[in-house]
Design a protein around this ligand. Structure first.
Ligand SMILES: O=P(O)(O)OC[C@@H](O)[C@@H](O)c1c[nH]c2ccccc12
Length: 260
């Protein structure tokens, strides 16, 4: 069984439990109420303006490839650091079993900064989309490999209705086609293979040509050094997402340089 399959199996059980506590209809009602009560613009949409190279810093306590990345993480402190460095947005892992994250982490980040927030989790059920609204995320990751064609296009539409930007993650040209056919306008190329966790930064370069110019593209995962960062930046993508190496260094400037 691949790593992704294992994670999805656990996630499915977790979501079933959640749905017993708060039924989907109830969650939907709450999410819609939240939509009508909050009407300020979603700053994550600035990614479509394609003005600057967007750095998304991730808050990640642990991962299946690294184990524990950082003990006693000061979530609010890191959020403030990312904001002070001029990052575009903050990605927060909310998955519990493999990444040691939580919805509370995301809410804590929200209370500490005014940057837009991307929810990183394994979304497989519509219930989680409503929950994503309730915890205050501005964008949410959808993993193409984890969803059927129909499911992916429905989830993209529902997120749009909830004013949450869908970041649709792909790993190969077939998934790009599926994502585009489902209506994706923001695509994340994951340099990490979710089946065996191997990293290949060249994947971004190889896959970029399959994505039309009017779609925004983020390169995700495995950026560890100044050299990696400059390479990814030179490819002409709209931004990148960095987690592990930011969590390990006290000083992200070592990776991104002084430019911002
Ligand atoms: O820590 P890294 O190698 O910088 O990667 C960050 C991010 O891309 C990674 O956490 C990620 C990309 N896609 C995911 C899907 C689920 C969980 C995590 C991820």
């Amino acid at each position: 069984m691949s790593v992704l399959e294992k994670i999805l199996e656990v996630k499915k059980k977790e979501v079933e439990k959640c749905k017993q506590l708060v039924p989907v209809e109830k969650m939907k009602k709450l999410a819609i109420e939240k939509c009508t009560s909050t009407s300020c613009e979603n700053k994550f949409r600035n990614i479509f303006k394609k003005e600057n190279f967007c750095i998304i810093g991730e808050i990640k306590r642990a991962s299946p490839s690294e184990g524990i990345i950082s003990e006693n993480v000061d979530v609010k402190g890191i959020a403030k650091l990312y904001e002070s460095l001029g990052f575009f947005a903050i990605s927060v892992l909310t998955e519990k079993n493999f990444f040691k994250g939580s919805e509370q982490d995301l809410m804590d980040v929200k209370s500490a900064t005014s940057l837009p927030i991307l929810r990183k989790d394994f979304i497989i059920d519509i219930w989680q989309l409503y929950q994503t609204k309730m915890i205050g995320a501005d964008a949410a990751l959808l993993i193409t490999k984890a969803l059927g064609n129909k499911q992916l296009s429905i989830f993209i539409k529902v997120l749009e209705i909830l004013d949450i930007v869908p970041l649709v993650e792909v790993e190969n040209e077939y998934e790009i086609e599926k994502a585009l056919n489902s209506g994706a306008k923001l695509i994340g190329i994951n340099n990490r293979n979710l089946d065996d966790l191997t990293i290949d930064l060249k994947k971004t370069e190889r896959l970029l040509k399959y994505i039309p110019k009017d779609v925004a593209v983020i390169s995700e995962s495995g950026i560890k050094s100044r050299e990696d960062f400059e390479y990814i930046r030179s490819l002409g993508v709209d931004g990148c997402l960095i987690g592990t190496s930011f969590m390990k260094t006290q000083n992200p400037i070592e990776i991104i340089g002084e430019r911002i």
